[in-house]
Design a protein around this ligand. Structure first.
Ligand code: RB5
Length: 149
């Protein structure tokens, strides 16, 4: 399973922390930038990362901006992306089990590093449950097909 990680400057420090922490736990995330604290625009980061997820080059993603809001709004504009902005562990678990989120979003200025790592563990370890949840996710996919040709 290939997992990318990407942030703007507001999420840079958290991205670096999560990369280091998860490397020790056996997860090697593919780093899509940004690579410093210099100001960048979160839509550019989101679109580049999400296009590689929907094309199948990468399986899933972790996106981080200051609040987690801007980058999740941008990510969810990409057809095929289901990005879940999570600030707690239960939501992180559910966004995979029920929504089959292919992107988890964190806020570097909102969620402390240790909590962010725990939220991420809850997401990475889960599986989509399918069944009635699949019916619902399929409705989102059908809507995307109709609206974004
Ligand atoms: C950047 O200053 C900040 O606006 C961005 O990281 C994010 O919080 C936007 O939603």
């Amino acid at each position: 399973m290939k997992t990318l990680i990407a942030s703007d400057h507001g999420g840079f420090e958290l991205k670096e922390f999560l990369k280091e922490t998860f490397k020790k736990e056996g997860h090697d995330f593919i780093d899509y930038g940004t690579f410093s604290c210099d100001s960048v625009d979160y839509p550019d980061i989101a679109f580049k990362a999400c296009e590689d997820i929907v094309s199948g080059k990468v399986d899933r993603g972790i996106l981080i901006c200051g609040t987690g809001i801007g980058i999740s709004i941008a990510a969810n504009k990409v057809k095929g992306i289901r990005a879940a902005h999570c600030t707690d562990c239960f939501s992180a678990k559910m966004c995979k089990q029920h929504n089959n989120a292919n992107v988890i979003v964190l806020g570097g200025r909102i969620t402390g590093p240790e909590l962010a790592a725990e939220i991420l563990r809850n997401y990475l370890d889960e599986e989509f449950l399918g069944g009635r949840h699949e019916t619902r996710v399929d409705k989102i996919k059908a809507y995307e097909e109709k609206m974004y040709k």
